[in-house]
Design a binder for this molecule. Structure first.
Ligand code: PMP
Length: 283
């Protein structure tokens, strides 16, 4: 694979980052994941807008402008002949002698790489996944997309070890979101319920897109937190993220959701999102 590090496109084995990089020492960095379909970027602008918000929240400098970021994305996709998958982008505050305070003069580091993976024909979509609830032990600024992902990693690992496909975080008796995705349920009236945007959750780009498509379909949207009990008794449930689009959730803990199969609203919204993604890249 060819990766990008601070201005250079290199073979992955030749790419190097300093041990004094603050991303490595303090998880002092932010990231974005943009989906690639047919070699084209999906929802690129909103991902870059969120990157800007993350950088601003941490008073971190922008390594390069947005037009150049797009060029680097496109060049990396071309160099790796990536048809379908993701581009990962990470900005860290840069290299400085270890000190908790922000360095005055560090230059931010920019690292990018690609991963090939099936997004549209993801084999898990047909059956959906089961989720396990875990306490949300993350920090209070989940709206900043930082690389400090250990609580999410622990949650995912615990879920996989217990035989589930993913974890849903619970705080004060309410679902916040998934380990790396936003969480939704569909109630008996066919309304889609998902937590409102606060600093309690990441403001998912796919969440936004799905809600927009649901509105176009005249589906009622209720933005409020819901409990694990409500999810157990929901008609349908699903998660959204750039790398999975929309994935049906068919069980939570020991309870089957609906009839245990991906529901009609989940399937319809997924199909709309796939269609909209292809339309956005001119396919
Ligand atoms: N919540 C969390 C905690 C995430 O890590 C992610 C994806 N990185 C999402 C939600 C989904 O965001 P998006 O739709 O922008 O990928």
């Amino acid at each position: 694979r060819t990766v990008y590090v601070n201005g250079a496109f290199l073979a992955e084995d030749d790419a190097k980052i300093s041990v004094f990089d603050r991303g490595f020492l303090f998880a002092d960095g932010v990231y974005e994941v943009t989906t690639v379909l047919k070699g084209k970027l999906v929802d690129f602008e909103p991902h870059m807008a969120r990157l800007t918000r993350s950088l601003n929240a941490l008073q971190m400098a922008r390594p390069v402008g947005e037009a150049e970021l797009r060029d680097i994305h496109e060049k990396l996709v071309a160099l790796n002949e990536l048809d379908e998958g993701i581009v990962y982008l990470q900005v860290t505050r840069g290299i400085a002698d270890r000190d908790f305070a922000y360095p005055a003069d560090a230059a931010p580091s920019l690292v990018m790489f690609t991963q090939a993976r099936p997004v549209v024909d993801n084999p898990k979509v047909e059956k959906g996944i089961a989720v396990m609830t875990v306490p949300d032990i993350r920090w209070r600024r989940r709206d900043i997309k930082t690389v400090g992902l250990l609580p999410a990693s622990m949650a995912k690992q615990a879920a996989l070890e217990a035989g589930y496909g993913d974890a849903w975080f619970v705080e004060d008796g309410l679902i916040t979101e998934g380990s790396s995705n936003n969480a939704f349920i569909v109630n008996a009236d066919g309304a889609v319920i998902t937590r409102q945007l606060t600093s309690d959750i990441l403001h998912g780009i796919t969440r936004d897109a799905i809600l927009r498509l649901a509105r176009e379909d005249n589906i009622t949207i209720i933005e409020r937190p819901f409990t694990p009990g409500e999810a157990e008794n929901a008609k349908e449930a699903f998660i959204t993220s750039a790398s999975t689009f929309l994935m049906p959730v068919v069980a939570i803990n020991h309870s089957t959701i609906g009839d245990g199969k991906p529901g009609p609203i989940s399937r319809k919204l997924r199909q709309h999102y796939v269609d909209a993604a292809f339309a956005s890249i001119g396919e």
